[in-house]
Design a protein around this ligand. Structure first.
Ligand SMILES: [Zn+2]
Length: 103
């Protein structure tokens, strides 16, 4: 398929001002310096998940889009920083994946 999306999608700059400084990430870095959080941890303000399915049908498995959002420290814009798609039972997906651990 032409223009097929390839996941994960990562966005490393604020779409409004171009800054790479993110609120949750900066708080996380402070916690890492204090040793309260492991070095592999990642941070975000909130995560949304959307199951792509026909609501009129009962399905055991469907693509579930996970999108992670954070806020720009310099201008306040809230934007998507990471998106991935997993196939699973709708409503049971948890954050995870390479380089995006919450541990
Ligand atoms: Zn910004």
């Amino acid at each position: 398929m032409e223009n097929e999306l390839r996941f994960p999608l990562n966005f490393t700059q604020c779409p409004t001002c171009g800054s790479t400084r993110r609120l949750a990430n900066e708080v996380l870095e402070g916690e890492k310096e204090k040793g309260r959080v492991g070095p592999a941890a990642n941070a975000f303000l909130f995560m949304h998940q959307s199951a792509i399915m026909d609501a009129r049908k009962t399905v055991l498995s469907a693509p579930v889009i996970l999108s992670f959002h954070d806020a720009c420290v310099d201008c306040g814009t809230v934007y998507c920083i990471h998106t991935e798609v997993k196939v699973g039972t709708p409503g049971t997906q948890r954050p995870g994946g390479p380089g995006f651990s919450t541990s």
